[in-house]
Design a protein around this ligand. Structure first.
Ligand code: PEP
Length: 250
């Protein structure tokens, strides 16, 4: 079993500006000397061209925060996988809980988005995670398995090409974090589900997301099935994100 280096992905959400992006990325790049994990930032679509150019030749890769479930056509406001490819996008988040909640994305839509990304050579970062109510009702395992099952069903032939992010909804942006044991338990469930679908499940990086920060990253990343992190708020603070990247580089 050979796992890849940890994968650490910043999710800027709807933050940034042309001016702010320049200083954030130049500070980040100048502090990345000791970083040897895989790393990317998922930026708002209007900044893809700028970020592609600022990161050219660096170890930090470019990601998008969403991709359309459609190939092309009359879908006002949507951004296709082919368009993302024009900007050297390496990763696209699909099924983030904020999109499932605020934009009504179903498991099927998320599976189709993953399929579009894969067809364009973009690695989908498929987010799964339970709400607080589901967590308290003991439904965590059932929810994440259902969400991943839809993606496996649609993308079974190339499922080893995806990245999965376990993001308990109650931990996103709240300062609450799953304990390392809770994260490991869910990651092990997801790994087993992938193993049942592909002989290459160990190639799938399973990230943890939900208030990961400089103080808790190392212990979360030490869990055997935690292959990296999806980081929101802390990815916008250069010293914090650098600490997290360094914790992933040990
Ligand atoms: C996220 O947006 O995917 C996320 C995990 O956010 P935060 O780190 O702020 O909880």
């Amino acid at each position: 079993m050979t796992r890849l280096a940890k994968l650490m992905v910043g999710n800027w959400k709807m933050h940034g500006s042309l001016v702010a992006n320049v200083s954030l990325l130049s500070d980040l790049l100048s502090g990345m000397g000791e970083v040897n994990c895989r790393a990317a930032v998922c930026v708002p679509a209007p900044y893809l061209a700028q970020v592609q150019s600022l990161l050219a030749g660096s170890a930090l890769e470019v990601g998008a925060q969403d991709v359309s479930a459609h190939e092309s056509g009359a879908y006002t406001g949507e951004v296709s996988a082919a368009m993302l490819s024009d900007f050297a996008v390496r990763y696209a988040i699909v099924g983030h809980s904020e999109r499932r909640q605020c934009h009504g994305e179903t498991d099927t839509v998320v599976a189709n988005k993953a399929q579009r990304a894969l067809a364009a050579g973009i690695t989908p970062i498929v987010c799964v995670g339970e709400s607080l109510a589901e967590h308290e009702a003991g439904q965590t395992e059932a929810v994440v398995k259902r969400q991943l099952a839809a993606v496996i069903h649609t993308n079974g032939h190339c499922i080893s090409e995806i990245v999965v992010a376990y993001e308990p909804v109650w931990a996103i942006g709240t300062g609450l974090t799953a304990t390392p044991e809770q994260a490991q338990d869910v990651h092990a469930v997801l790994r087993a589900q992938l193993q049942a679908a592909t002989a290459h499940a160990d190639r799938v990086s399973i990230l943890y997301g939900g208030s990961m920060n400089a103080a808790n990253a190392a212990v979360l990343l030490a869990q055997p099935d935690v292959d990296g992190g999806l980081i929101g708020g802390a990815s916008l603070k250069v010293p914090d994100f650098l600490s997290i990247l360094k914790a992933a580089s040990r």
